[in-house]
Design a binder for this molecule. Sequence first.
Ligand SMILES: NC(=O)c1ccc[n+]([C@@H]2O[C@H](COP(=O)([O-])OP(=O)(O)OC[C@H]3O[C@@H](n4cnc5c(N)ncnc54)[C@H](O)[C@@H]3O)[C@@H](O)[C@H]2O)c1
Ligand SMILES: O=C(O)C1=N[C@H](C(=O)O)CCC1
Length: 250
Amino acid sequence: MIKVSVVGAKGRMGSHVVEAVNGAEDTSLALALDAGDDLTQITPENTDVVVEFTVPAVSLDNVLALVAQGVNVVVGTTGWTDEKLDQVRAALAKAPRQNQSVFIAPNFAISAVLADYFAKVAAPYFESAEVIELHHPNKVDAPSGTAIHTAHAIAEARKDAGLGAVPDNTQTDGGSRGQVIDGIHVHAVRLRGLNAHEEVLFGNAGEQLTIRADSFDRISFMPGVLLAVRKIASGNYPGLTVGLDHFLDL
Ligand SMILES: NC(=O)c1ccc[n+]([C@@H]2O[C@H](COP(=O)([O-])OP(=O)(O)OC[C@H]3O[C@@H](n4cnc5c(N)ncnc54)[C@H](O)[C@@H]3O)[C@@H](O)[C@H]2O)c1
Ligand SMILES: O=C(O)C1=N[C@H](C(=O)O)CCC1
């Protein structure tokens, strides 16, 4: 049995994770903690893997504390920058136990991971590329962590292919052209009724490719969370790993 503790257990995602851990045959719930609870209750004796779904403002501190307490962490919370990732790497380098792991996934849904992968494949073949993410209005961050990840991946693939800047003759912009991430315009929609959705638009003269992923229900993230828990519990991924694609045969 893999002993799993959940941090952010009362949240929209954390409560689904508690159910998924209780429902799987090879995982058991150790601790379910939320804001105000003492994280030092989590130890290597009672927990093999912590699943962290909180808010971007606190996630880094939680992860650093948990690493220092000697436990492995699977993180779904957004808000990760290169600088924050470096802090996690530094914490892992002086972690109390050998081969400790932190795994961070911008998105645990297979549809989103594949959309991201297909976008990377398509990126070198198109002059234009833009990302539109669409989410429920309770989301605290914009653009989504997934969209940021997709924009970086498209930019890297374009750079590797020797492509220049996307064509854009906008002369005035009151904000309608979205946030520019690594040269890629990213647009965020917040709409009641939505859950988590992303469209990647590619264009050439006379043609367009649209790649779209839709998570209609948070249950769509749970197979990915359990996959990550199992992979991290295996001990085969020491250090920091970012992205569920590392665990898929793509
Ligand atoms: N990676 C993915 O596949 C994926 C999927 C959905 C959501 N997310 C991300 O997960 C995060 C959580 O989303 P949500 O919709 O569940 O949010 P939410 O607001 O419903 O839940 C967050 C929970 O964290 C708790 N919390 C806040 N501060 C805390 C602290 N210091 N210690 C412990 N718990 C604390 C809150 O009380 C709340 O219960 C967001 O960053 C979101 O973007 C990622
Ligand atoms: O509902 C959210 O919040 C989501 N956050 C992640 C993101 O920002 O990419 C993943 C999708 C759902």
